[in-house]
Design a protein around this ligand. Sequence first.
Ligand SMILES: C[S@@+](CC[C@H](N)C(=O)[O-])C[C@H]1O[C@@H](n2cnc3c(N)ncnc32)[C@H](O)[C@@H]1O
Length: 220
Amino acid sequence: MIQDNNKSQVKSKKRVADHGEVFTNEREVKAMLDLVKIESERIESRFLEPAMGDGNFLSEVLNRKLNSVDEKYKSVQNEWERYGIIAISSIYGVDILEDNAIECRKRLFNIFNGRYFAHFKEKCLDDCKRSVLFLLERNILWGDALDFTNPETKRPIVFSEWSAVNGSMLKRRDYIFKFLVEKTHQFSMFNDEGNIGSIDEPIKDYPLIHFLKLGIDDAN
Ligand SMILES: C[S@@+](CC[C@H](N)C(=O)[O-])C[C@H]1O[C@@H](n2cnc3c(N)ncnc32)[C@H](O)[C@@H]1O
């Protein structure tokens, strides 16, 4: 578990005044996630935190999901990688402060990579790490969750839905965040039974890609 129990809940008075940035402590994070314990441990369950800070909740969710991956797949590297990547692909976050988004991505990567290395040492694949970094770039975003745009560019926040297909392939579909929220009136994101009938069409639909090939070029 990579979390500093003594981590300060406040970075500066200015950040508290400007953005209400007060981080939740680990005990409360765990207690709140225990309210949705089964979902928090399910590898494929989709979580979105619309004001994630540097990822206190998302880190705990990833740890719980990876505990489930370890339990079932630790003895087979390719399966651990595949399900570990599904765990990462189902975690989403937004924060209005860019440094929080960067910090959150780093934190989630370090949790994944720490476990990956502990299990498979020098057999760890650069392809797997690149896929994880790519997913974190796509899923953990710098954005304003109230007006649904990037604070600098003012372009709409776009999230990617990732679905596992035929074992090792991933399907990516991009959706405009604002539309998802207005359509569902809640932050429930995608239907993970694969049924997208209840939400609108994606703005972009990508070809299937192997889970170890993400981020090789800009196209996917
Ligand atoms: C109370 S902190 C909570 C952080 C984290 N969820 C936690 O529990 O540790 C609120 C966070 O919301 C972010 N925030 C404030 N206004 C926001 C907005 N309009 N859109 C996205 N994030 C926002 C702040 O930067 C801060 O990181």
